[in-house]
Design a protein around this ligand. Sequence first.
Ligand code: SF4
Length: 347
Amino acid sequence: MKNTTSANFKHIGTKLLNWYKINARDLPFRQTKDPYKIWICEIVFQQTRINQGLNHYNNFIARFPDVKTLAEADEDEVLLYWKGLGYYSRAINIHKAAQQIMNDYHGIFPHEYEEILKLKGVGKYTAAAVSSICFNGKIPAVDGNFYRVLSRVFADDFDISNSRAFSYFSELAHLILPDNVGDFNQAMMDLGSEICKPKNPLCTECPLNDDCLAFSLNKISEFPVKTKKTKAEDLALKYYFVHRNGEFLIQQRKDDFIWKKLFEFPPEISDELIPFIKSVKTVSHKLTHKNLSIEIFNVEVDTEEIWQNFIAENNYIITDVEGSHEKSFPKPLENYIESYDTAYRIL
Ligand code: SF4
C-alpha cells in the first residue's frame, strides 16, 4: 500500500460525507433504515441502474413489504415480480434468505455483519451495506466504485482483477473511513456513479479533487488498473415455438447454468413436427460471461392429432400470450412471444 499507511487521510472521508449531505440522491430507500428494504434495494441495484430498477423495486416492496410476506410467497410469484431485472438467481436467493430469516432468526433481520453474511445470496458488499446503513456497522461496502475512486485518489496501481483486490481496497478504504460508515458507503456509491464515473469523470465538480493524485498528475485514464479481461464464452441454443390456434408450449427450465427456473420453449421436437417448421429466427443475447446465439424455430402445427400426440408425449405446459404474462421468460423468448400477433403468426 505504497506510502499511504503512515499518513492521515481521514479528512478525505469527511469531505465526502459533507458533499453527500448536500448532494445525496433523493431515492426512496434513503428514507428508511429498515434492513429488509435496504437489503432488497442492494440486491435489485447490484446489476441494474437506479432509474431502470426503481419501478421494479417499488412494485416488489409494495407486493412483499416485509420478510414474512416474501418468505410465504410462491417462488413463481417472486420470479414474476423480478421480471425485467434479469439475473433471476438473485430473486431465488432472496426468497430463500427470507425463509432463512423466518426459520433461523425468528423473523428478525440479523444485526451483525457476520450473521447477515450467512443469508443466501448475500456477499460481503451487501452485508457491509446493510450492517452499516441499518445497524451502525463499521465495514466499508467495497465494490467497483471503491476500486475506481480509491485507485484514482491514491494513484494506486494495484490490479483490480487480482484476487486480493477486495481485501486490498478494503484496507485502503479504512484509511479514509469516518465514523458514519453507513452514509460514507452511500456517498461512495453516489460519487462513483455521478462524479467519478468510469469514463469522463467530472473532476472539477468532485469534492475530492484537492486530494486526488490521479487528477493532480493528470493520469486519471491510467486508474484503475485492470489486466485480466474475462472472456465471454459463446453458447448456441435452439428452441421450438410449437403453436396451434394461439396456444403454444412451454416448460420450466431444469438446467441452472443460465436462466435458472425461468420458462422456455421446447428445446427439441419429434420428427413428426419437422414438416410444420415455418421459419427460423436467430437472435443474439449477451449475459455477463456468455454470448448466446439462439435459433428459434416457428412450428405451426395445423393437425390436431399431431398437436395432441406431441403434448401427450411430453410434459409441456400449454399457454397463450396472456397466460405467458403470468410467467417469467428469458428476455429473448419474451420478445419472441411479443411478436406472436393476434392472427397467431410470428411477425
Ligand atoms: S478528482 Fe476526478 S478522478 Fe479524482 S476522485 Fe474526483 S472525479 Fe475521481
